[in-house]
Ligand binder design. Sequence first.
Ligand code: GLN
Length: 188
Amino acid sequence: MRVGVLAVQGAFIEHIRVLKRLGVDVFEIRQLKDLDQGIDGLVLPGGESTTQSRLLLDLGLFLPLKKRIQDGLPVLATCAGTILLSEKIDDDPTRHFQTLPVTVKRNYYGRQTGSFKKKISFENQTLDLIFIRAPLITATHPEVKVLIRLNEGVVAVEYHHQIALNFHPELSHQTYFHERFLKLIQAR
Ligand code: GLN
């Protein structure tokens, strides 16, 4: 199994570390030719979605990646990655893949002060959710499976082969969501 991690900007190194720890063959996607090798899954890391989107367009990666996601390539997206997948971004012209039928609001918790940790119970375990200038999912298509909902709104969803999280599982010591993503790949 080979997983490509988008490595143009943001917190990609942390995802690579987690996946390697789980025994996965990981490679960085920095330019178009990186997509020539076999790819079974894609990670879209956190960072700055406007910058990522601009770089994807400049590097000619935007349309090829969008097409692969539309064709069913399993994706794990975190934070800025979730913004890139979303169908609609409130009040924001950022170019995005629009493969995930949800609406997001960027920087929902504020730009500077909005980083925090939250402990939640999920499927019989305690998870530490780490939010950094996180978006909020404000609307979801009925077919989107909501995984985690907080008081203010939705922060984790799954839609067929796409998992999108508003927090950073790669910064916690828990590997639940990476393992869930690997199971999605194996199920294909
Ligand atoms: N605020 C960033 C954005 O709008 C996302 C932050 C993150 O990925 N941690 O793109």
